[in-house]
Design a protein around this ligand. Sequence first.
Ligand SMILES: Nc1ncnc2c1ncn2[C@@H]1O[C@H](COP(=O)(O)OS(=O)(=O)O)[C@@H](OP(=O)(O)O)[C@H]1O
Length: 320
Amino acid sequence: MAAAQSESNHTSIVEEGESHVAEVRGGWVLYQGCWLRSHNVQSVMLVQERFKARPDDTFLVTFPKCGTTWLKALAFTVTNRFRHAATSEDHPLLTQHPQDLVSFLEMPYRQLHPLADLEKLASPRLLATHMPITLLPPCVSNLGCRVVYLCRNPKDVFVSLWHFTNKVGADYTTPMDQAFELFSDGVSPYGPIWEHNLGFWKKYTAESDNVLFLKYDDMMAEPVKHVKMLAKFLCAPFTEQEVSYGVVEDVVHLCSFDKLKSIPINSSGETDRIGGLPMANSSYFRTGKVGDWANHLTEEMSKKLDDIVEEKLRGSGLTF
Ligand SMILES: Nc1ncnc2c1ncn2[C@@H]1O[C@H](COP(=O)(O)OS(=O)(=O)O)[C@@H](OP(=O)(O)O)[C@H]1O
C-alpha cells in the first residue's frame, strides 16, 4: 500500500484529460471515486488498460491493513501444501516474506515494473490487490474470476494504517487527529473504506459462488474453520485424513502472527515493494490484535467512526 505523505486540508478540483481524476486533497487524488497517491493512479490506469485476466485467476482483495500479509501466507500455504508441507524445514515462508509470495496487481507501481511480470506466472494464478471493485479491469468480472475478500473493523484498520504510515519514513508523519479526520472523510489509501467493503459485499451477495467474504476478527476467533473454508474455495479442500493428522492446525500455526513475526526474513531488513520506498519487513507485523483501537482512539473518535460506518453500511446486511 502507498504510505501517507504530509497532509493539508486543501481541497481543489483538477482536470487530468479523461483520466477521471476529480479532486485533490492533501497528497491524495480522487480517481474514479477512490483516493490514491498520484503514482498509484498511474499504476492503476496501466492495470486497467493492459492487464489480461485469466478465467482461473483468483484475486485476494483487501483494503490496506485488513490482513493482506496473513491472507497471502494462508492462501500460498494452502494451495502449495502438496509441494511444501506446512511443517517442512524448507517451507518458502521460512525464507521469503509473505508479501513476496503472492504478487500484487498494481504494485510495485506498474510504470516502474512491467505488468508482463504477471504474465510469466503459471496458471492458476493467485494475485493480490487493494483495488476496489469499481477500479478492477472489467475482464476480471467478465471472465468470472474468483475473489477472496478480507475486511476488518475500520477502527482497527485506521489504527494499523496510522502506525504503518508513521513507521515507513520520516516524511510520512501525520498527527493522529489529522489522519483520523481524513479517514473519517473517506480519504485514505484506496478509500473510502466503506465503499471498498460495500462493493465486494454486493458482489458476494449477488454471486456467492465466486466470492469468499471473510472478516479478520472472525478468522482470528476461529482460524481452523476459516482456513478450511479458504482451502475449499481455492479448490484445494483438506481431506479427512489431513484433518485427522492436524494439517489444518499446521497451516494455521505456520501463518500465525507470532510465528511469522519471529522469522528473520520478516523481522529484519527492508524491501521496496511499491517503487522507490523501502519499508522495514517488520512493519507488516505490529500487534496482530482485534480491538487494539481501544488503546488509541478516544471515545469521541470511536463513536464518530462507528456512526459513519453504521450509516454508510445501513441496509446492506454488512456489519462490523
Ligand atoms: N499472520 C497474521 N495474523 C494476523 N494478523 C496479522 C498477521 N500478519 C500481519 N498481521 C496484521 O495485519 C495488519 C497488516 O495488514 P496488511 O497485511 O493488510 O498490510 S498491507 O495493507 O498489506 O500493508 C497489521 O495489523 P496491526 O497489528 O493491527 O497493525 C499486522 O500486524
